[in-house]
Design a protein around this ligand. Structure first.
Ligand code: COA
Length: 389
């Protein structure tokens, strides 16, 4: 099966088009599929249903889903006290820090408390049941880390995790109010679309860490650090900042021209794999329309939508580039009332399902990931002792 961008084989070009391993979790050929199911169908599912599919390789029955959701809820509800008190202290010292750092630190503390030293080695085959339990635990704990941090920096006493579907519980915790079914539904779609995407940079980082025989918490910490970068997950926060900076439709053309002249990338456009449009951006753009309730209070968001469409038209005309998933996701999160600093951490919550599935897949058939580099440095030269230099 040829990869959409397999024509590009220049290893200096960020491994673009290089097939770096096998996976049965996600495919991008023709359309995006998780474990063989098209994301267009999965958009009707709860986040738990999709996370179960990724982790356990098939869609759950009603019973399996109920039990899975209960296990996730229990993990979200029982963050170790050490993590909570650590967050309370950190919130006093560095309340302005990146929440991506908070999540990375939180996962690191959880790993230390678990004494996670990686999968148990048996003579014949690795027993990965413990690793799946760790994965499920982390799926519940990471959104709870996010909710707890927000409580801490808001000066609120951390409250118990609500017994609701994960997406609804998280959104209510972050917005600190009850939310409509419509809002929960659209928020869920963002999580489903962010859940998994093959060998992207953070997933590859997680697999590389795992390939050394290291533990799941270390692999997730590396993945969070990788996702933080603006060329990857960090783009969704920059997208909204850009729209705020542009301000009005008249500013779009001069703003884009300036960025391009300065060789700055426009966040939310372009993709390493999708060269003629990101299916996730198209699907989420359509879903986003459902947020407009025709009320006067939605008017600022309608203006932002118009501004975004103008940017899309200019980017298509000038660079032949189309939006990626972060472009509509940022506007949806903004319309849901979420602060910008939460956008990339929400990507983490969703991608936990993809990362943990890839970590387990890597563990189940492991080989050390260790590519080679083409040397382009100085040719062999004579060593000169320090005193003679
Ligand atoms: N804004 C402006 N120019 C862009 C661009 C963007 N968002 N994305 C790509 N380009 C330009 C490149 O600079 C390059 O121009 P050149 O040929 O004149 O040098 C050309 O388009 C081809 O880009 P390409 O090398 O194929 O992209 P890539 O595969 O190396 O990079 C991204 C992919 C995602 C890193 C890149 O598109 C980008 O930086 N996008 C913005 C960040 C973003 O939204 N990230 C989230 C991804 S889901």
């Amino acid at each position: 099966m040829s990869h959409p961008s397999s024509h590009c084989k220049d290893s200096r070009n960020g491994l673009a088009g290089v097939t770096a391993g096998h996976t049965s979790i996600c495919s991008l050929d023709k359309t995006l599929r998780y474990r063989g199911y098209a994301v267009t169908d999965l958009l009707e599912c709860s986040f738990e249903e999709v996370a179960y599919l990724l982790l356990w390789s098939d869609l759950p029955t009603e019973n399996q889903l109920r039990e899975f959701a209960t296990r996730l809820h229990k993990s979200a509800q029982s963050l170790p006290e050490t993590v909570v008190s650590c967050f309370e202290r950190l919130a006093q010292i560095s309340p302005q820090c990146s929440i991506m750092d908070v999540l990375r630190t939180g996962v690191s503390i959880l790993g230390q408390l678990e004494c996670d030293n990686g999968p148990e080695e048996s003579h014949h085959k690795r027993d990965l049941s413990q690793e799946r339990m760790k994965a499920e635990q982390l799926l519940g704990q990471v959104p709870a880390l996010l909710g707890t941090w927000i409580d801490c920096i808001s000066g609120r006493q951390p409250i118990p995790w609500p017994k609701k579907p994960l997406a609804t519980a998280l959104l209510e915790k972050l917005c600190h109010t009850r939310i409509s079914d419509n809002a929960a539904n659209i928020f869920t779609k963002t999580l489903v679309l962010y859940a998994e995407h093959e060998f992207n940079a953070s997933t590859f980082a997680a697999r590389t860490v795992t390939s050394t025989g290291s533990d799941m918490h270390s692999a997730i910490a590396a993945a969070i650090g990788t996702l933080k970068g603006p060329l990857h997950g960090g783009a969704n926060e920059k997208v909204l900042q850009q729209l705020i900076d542009i301000g009005t439709p008249e500013n779009v053309e001069p703003w884009v021209a300036r960025q391009l002249e300065n060789k700055e990338v426009i966040m939310g456009f372009g993709h390493r794999i999708y060269k003629s449009g990101d299916i996730r951006a198209i699907l989420l753009h359509e879903a986003g329309h459902q947020l407009d309730d025709n009320s006067a209070s939605f008017e600022p968001h309608r203006k932002l939508e118009k501004l975004a469409h103008k940017v899309e038209a200019v980017m298509l005309e000038q660079k032949n580039l189309r939006p990626n998933l972060d472009w509509p996701a940022a506007r949806i999160y903004h319309a849901l009332g979420l602060p910008i600093k939460l956008f990339t951490p929400l990507f983490v919550v969703a991608r936990m399902s993809g990362w943990t599935s890839h970590i387990i897949e890597q563990m189940s058939d492991n080989q050390l990931i260790r590519p080679v580099a083409k040397y382009i440095g100085p040719s062999p030269r004579k060593f000169i002792a320090l005193a003679d230099r």
